[in-house]
Design a protein around this ligand. Sequence first.
Ligand SMILES: [Zn+2]
Length: 336
Amino acid sequence: MKRLVLSLFILVFVLSPNIFLSQQEAQEKTQEEAQEEIQEKPKPWQWSLDDIKSKVERIRAGKDLTPEKWPGDARVAVALSFDFDAETNALRDEEESPGLLSQGEYAARTAIPRILNLLDKYRIPATFFIPAVTAQLHPDSIAAIVEKGRHEIGMHGWIHERNSLLEEEVERELMKKSYDALQEITGKAPVGIRTPSWDFSLNTLKLIKELNLLYDSSLMADDRPYEILENGLPTGIVELPVEWMLDDYPYFGFSRYSSIRPHISPDDVYEIWKAEFEKAYQEGTVFILTMHPKYIGHRSRIMMLEKLIQHMLSFKNVLFATHESIARFAKRNIEE
Ligand SMILES: [Zn+2]
């Protein structure tokens, strides 16, 4: 028996360096292969024009869907939207600091009631894009939005995940879960999506189609509503385009440990948004504004938003509508 144990021990001792060596070799080989693969992958300046075209044409802007006239003979359609991220951006980054999370809590506790009061005052509908986790953390806020009866709730991810970092299956699962959760909490199936951070993966459009959504509001190819093309083919999906300039975050966002901080006053932002609205009115298209309760909901900024609403209401024939109603109306142009 002793002899057997000893022989086994010798055998393991003799073999193990070989095992170790072969593992090391294997690792080196994989690294070499990966290196070769990187070297083999053509650099952007080596791409052919066909390669480049196939990349840019995956998703493009198709038909302009601006109608001759908006409902009620309106000249312009105004879509105010609020991305109710609350704590999700911090949680998505695995941040658990009560300080950061309290900024998210502010959105639900202070900003949402303030925004709803403002919209009530002028009887204006709006769209709230809400990550499913926000909806589950703040059911009272969702109930308050739904109770008004004139606002829309659209999809905005599960926990504000970055789609382009996800495998297709994970993105699909999160999108489906978010859809189901919003439907359960609000009592209505969502019809539109704004991807978190407007981050659009190569699979996002496919998943939007799988959920049979009416519209997306995350792309930027126009100021006007348009039909999304996929590899040159019409998809029937309406795009209600966004722009960083028409978002409160770049003006009012603040991060303690980075260089992100407000550098412009609410009055300056008012001037930009006012001019954007006036040109949209002249052109008879849409004015789509993206705001975040935790940024726009502060006192000085909500006063600016009220001033902007008053300015827009001073024009004749201005339609305030949800993304859903604008998309439904615009989609008639596809079907024509
Ligand atoms: Zn967001």
